[in-house]
Design a protein around this ligand. Sequence first.
Ligand code: ZN
Length: 399
Amino acid sequence: MTSAFFAVILLSVSSDTLSSEQHEQPVFVCDEDIDRADITGVERELEDRLWDETLSYLRGVRDVLTTPAGCLDGPRAVTQTLNDAQDGVERRCITRYRDVELMIKHLDAVLEYPEAARACFDNQARYEAFQLYSPNAEMVAADPVATWINRPTLEDYYTDRDDEVGEAGRELAAHFEILLANTVSEHTVGSDVTFNGLPTLWRSVGWLPFYAESESGISPRFRGGYTYAEVMGPWGLLRIKSIDGETVGAEIGMTVQLGDTFYPYHYHHPQEWYITLTPNACVHGNEFAVMFWDNPAFNQIRRERGWRVEVPADDADMRFIEQGVEQDWLTYFERNAIHAFNVAGSCNGEPSGLVSIWARTTARDNDQTTRMCVVADSEGNLPIGPGVGFICELDDWEY
Ligand code: ZN
């Protein structure tokens, strides 16, 4: 706490005028683990570049959430790929959700007072909570900021791993830049927030091979072929605990999922949204499913302080819809909504994969754990995919 308050005081006394604006400047309280080591002039210039692209990314996110696209004050999002009536897709205006309103409000504060917010910025070169990675040596060498931060690479991480997870991880690392480059964001807002527009950010942010060591991801190809990065949030580059005493629940980053992988059904207390950046080049394309945990298509059984939810193997076609830049590029998952991503295989021999903007809105309440569903019939020999039955054990949450 001490260092967070110290930063705020420093910023106040360094302002040389007492304008009326100064009185309105919100109080940013940072997380305690911000690295405050002194950096030299050249390093400061490099960090400035990362900070500038961080702000551009966050501005793009704020703009997409506030630009009318199917709703008067913002975009329309898929909230269920099969509605409760079992007769179609359910879409809602995303700004109707209070957690999204708060995310927009906090992004506005950051973008309006970037100098104050920067006290909570950390390039995470010496991040201690867990190891973060750059994709590969080529991408590091291509960017002076990534070279300066000098994270270990996913390429090295998977080098000696002699299993299917390692094989997929090496494929992901080798094709990383191609996957990132094959993206667009004009369908969301005017600015280019993809790798093509913000190459320093995408090369320098810390990536996490989230399922590499976790068998809960089930399929080895998915476990090695998935990674995500966090730009803002409790574990990201910009770590703001509160603004004017209000908890900042925003967690904003990006995900990459290699082609020909199935991200099994999962769920969590924090709400989540995704924006698709990869064009849908394949005939069958990328698909996803999201449904409220109490959707009648599932079987719900009450247990102590929670629910057992059975996802049937049948009728998977009804639950999965295509996502792409032309249609349904935004999805919003309510608390404990059960969701899965089925990413198509390669098209015409080109490496394929799904790149998305990813966010959670309440990253500082309840249980943040991503909970995986398990295969219902573990004796079955079907390949893991949409046509397999799953069981999800949901816990109640508290407000
Ligand atoms: Zn999720």
